[in-house]
Ligand binder design. Sequence first.
Ligand code: SAM
Length: 249
Amino acid sequence: LVVKAEQLQNEHVRLEPSQLHYLQRVLRLGVGDRFIAMDGEGHAWLATLKPLTDSLAQATSMQATILEPITAPTELAVRVTLVAALPKGNGFDEVVRQSTELGVDQLLPVISDRTLLNPSPQKLDRWQRIANEAAEQSERLCVPHITAPISFTAHLQQTCSQTDSRLQKYLCVARGSTPHLLNCLQASMSDASLPQVMIAIGPEGGWTDAEVAAAIDAGYQPVSLGSRILRAVTAPLVALSLIAAVWES
Ligand code: SAM
């Protein structure tokens, strides 16, 4: 369960009504049952449900008590940012859920030349909620951060100014003779310092030639995910599975 810092008071977790509903009605937990509370910033605790002793509270209310911190390594040994051109419909929901399960650190939805969607501002809240739920279900210590959508061009301008030499940027291109992502990742493992990986996936219609050229100028390396064309929502899953397989902590 993702909780905010202000909900943690000494060894207690002040649960909100929606969180209590989730624990009691959805997960069917009762007094004494255990669950994992996490702040989404890398800290998690084993907690248990207890009846609320507050005299003003209703008899049926519960609160949670922290039993012990959890230090299990559920995060990847490399920080991964997924840059994804927004797929049509609710396709990005699927991308958020699956990439969170696979250990992504940050999601940057971008609007490319061939993006068909113009998302409403409410979408960001929805995506962050999906990321919270997926992080809970995967028992991750960190919840990925999702940024507001920007144009791919603006993203390239921003990333040009990132000078960290450990940052490796890969642009997935569905056609052409580019090295396979797996070979690039394995080659990078000889580097003693752990890299940060940025991986970019195009929309249904793919990247334009101008976008590929601009991305290369911004330090991206074009890579392949194999000889079959994957859907825009499948490609992130494959890319992140390869990264997780190579960099699992
Ligand atoms: N119609 C596009 C084309 O012919 O190039 C295919 C776009 S594909 C449905 C959507 C995105 O997924 C691509 O822009 C690319 O980023 C990624 N992708 C799909 N299959 C891929 C592959 N085999 N290798 C690398 N990237 C791939």
